[in-house]
Design a protein around this ligand. Structure first.
Ligand code: HEM
Length: 543
């Protein structure tokens, strides 16, 4: 990551903040200004009174934080690069501070010790989710493992999901992940005409992740980035990422607005319909085939259909659980492959070291495999460093306190939304020296998988916080890491990745509010040696 770029974003965010914090009304009508100011002041004092009255029985108040604006709270400061604003406040208010968005109290935690104390050790209190109006109520219709409160429905969905995402399950379908990683490299080789023309690697990464999830959830795959389902599915995931950021919808925090068919609500309803039609449609097809006695490959949908009576899962439950997989498992892993492809061209020396390691350990006659990972510490470290620098979810998926809790003399009332401020934790100079620098060496001695790293007793030793924490930690970690390993190690094995002199890659901008991926870019993928075509099964360079 380029440090000057980051400084610029930081300055922009802080400038934004200061301008909005000043909140200067410019109006031609003096009386309107006075009336507005009077109402705002009244609301402001009412709000301040409410805020200061939030104390536990011992008089402990809620953590300090920015005051925000009347009615809106801190919402206007978080519409762009919210992670940078949260970081700015962490420096001002400390590792645990509160903000208001409309009527909702948020507590932002920015230290591994506090994450462990609250989210892990007190997981019985901090494992719920807020039923946000757009994401939970409208898009997921009160279902979907990701958004469900900490209750029996969540336990059931988590158990079913884990059955398809645990180590044994992932080992059983690793051949699928393996095949998709090879297909990805092959498709890149072909589209780039063996390195003669630049390409945008993003759709290829999207299709690889999509195919993995389609195989796990529905037992089929697509064969080209031009398959209509690729566009439709990626559009649904992107729309989800663009419309359900944890802090991005005002209608979530101003309940009065929920009575109207606002554009945001209409958008949420359309997305719900799209998910149910697409993924619910596949479930219906599979169910129909099963009724007709047609052999259906093992997959999550088949498991759900087989056990729907005993699990009491209706069609909507199944459609939304499948959608949660298709959303949670596609844009996320694809985003890591995309951030890797966007940033690695700027680091020829890092590529050279990775190539040297690959040549030594794997050689040039075959692709790297899952078994090679433990012997390729430098390539492994590159991936962890991409994940530290480009976590697709800087704000994670927030947790909610399901009862009042007092921590270090600070009161966290029931229903407070708790956010892991991963940007600040990933850029803490006491943990990661020169945090703005992309430097895989910092992970060279860390041979643990992220799934194992999350279980370390000392939270300061954990690699990164990309997968969240506690009882709601991402259950897809094992499959995600395996997919990412196979795709990135094979891209490194096959290509030298170069940027184009006239097309600088923008690493500061990103698409998405809840999950972020790079804005479109093109790079050159130059086959590294003569064996690439042969190992990929393409004797001739494509015309
Ligand atoms: C790079 C890839 C991925 C990242 C960064 C990621 C990140 C996350 C995060 C931050 C959470 C919330 C954790 C918390 O509440 O503390 C989560 C939850 C979840 N993820 Fe992932 N994820 C990834 C891949 C996957 C994959 C491949 C799947 C497979 C289906 C998946 C399925 C889920 C599900 C179902 C949940 C909801 C868990 C719950 O609320 O109990 N994720 N993920």
């Amino acid at each position: 990551m380029d440090s000057s770029t980051n400084t610029t974003i930081q300055q922009a965010a802080v400038f934004n903040l200061v301008v909005v914090e000043d909140f200067v009304f410019q109006s031609k009508s003096t009386s309107l200004v006075i009336a507005t100011a009077a109402i705002a002041t009244a609301v402001y004092y009412l709000f301040s009174f409410f805020e200061s009255s939030l104390r536990d029985k011992n008089g402990n108040g809620i953590p300090a934080g920015p005051r925000g604006l009347p009615l809106l709270g801190s919402f206007p400061f978080l519409t762009q690069y919210p992670e940078l604003t949260l970081d700015y406040w962490a420096k001002k208010f400390g590792d645990m501070y509160s903000i208001w968005l409309g009527n909702q109290l948020f507590v932002i935690i920015s230290s591994p010790a506090i994450v462990k104390d609250l989210i892990v050790t007190n997981g019985a209190v901090f494992s719920s989710r807020k039923e946000m109006f757009i994401k939970s109520q409208t898009v997921f219709a009160g279902r979907g493992i990701t958004a469900t409160p900490y209750n029996d429905r969540w336990r059931k969905h988590r158990r079913i999901a884990t059955g398809w995402l645990n180590q044994r399950a992932v080992d059983s379908y690793t051949p699928i992940l393996d095949r998709e990683a090879t297909v990805l490299v092959k498709a890149m080789y072909q589209e780039s005409k063996a390195g003669q023309v630049p390409i945008n690697p993003q759709p290829h990464a999207g299709r690889a992740s999509l195919n993995n999830m389609l195989s796990i959830v529905f037992g089929f795959r697509t064969d080209s980035i031009y398959h209509p389902l690729v566009g439709r599915a990626l559009k649904l995931s992107r729309e989800f990422m663009n419309s359900t950021g944890p802090m991005s919808n005002l209608v979530d925090f101003i309940p009065f607005l929920q009575n109207f068919r606002t554009p945001m609500r209409v958008r949420g309803e359309k997305l719900h319909q799209g998910l149910v039609e697409t993924y619910g449609g596949f479930i219906k097809d599979i169910e129909h085939k099963m009724q007709m006695g047609v052999n259906v490959p093992d997959c999550l949908a088949k498991t759900m259909i087989d056990t729907k009576e005993e699990e009491q899962m209706g069609h909507l439950d199944m459609a939304i659980l499948a959608s949660a997989f298709m959303i949670g498992g596609v844009e996320t892993t694809a985003a890591i492959m995309q951030w890797f492809s966007a940033l690695i061209p700027a680091y020829p020396e890092i590529q050279r070291k990775a190539h040297e390691e690959l040549d030594k350990v794997v050689g040039r006659d075959r692709l790297p495999t899952v078994e090679d990972e433990k012997n390729l510490p430098y390539c492994h470290a590159i991936i962890k460093e991409v994940e530290r620098c480009h976590n697709p979810f800087w704000l994670g998926t927030p947790h909610v306190a399901n009862e009042d809790f007092t921590y270090r003399g600070q009161f966290i009332p029931k229903d407070t939304v708790v956010v892991l401020n991963t940007w600040t934790m990933h850029h803490d100079p006491s943990r990661h020296s020169e945090p703005e620098r992309f430097n895989p060496e910092r992970y060279l001695d860390d041979s643990l998988t992220s799934a194992d790293s999350a279980n370390l007793t000392d939270p300061y030793q954990r690699d990164h916080w990309m997968f969240g924490a506690g009882r709601r930690i991402c259950p897809g970690m094992i499959v995600a890491e395996r997919e990412i390993w196979l795709t990135i190690s094979r891209m490194l094995w096959a290509f030298t990745m170069e940027s184009l002199p006239d097309e600088p890659i923008d690493l500061k901008e990103y698409d998405g509010l809840s999950g972020r991926s790079p804005v479109p870019f093109r790079i050159n993928l130059i086959p590294r040696h003569d064996k690439v075509a042969q190992v990929l099964g393409m004797e001739e360079a494509p015309a």
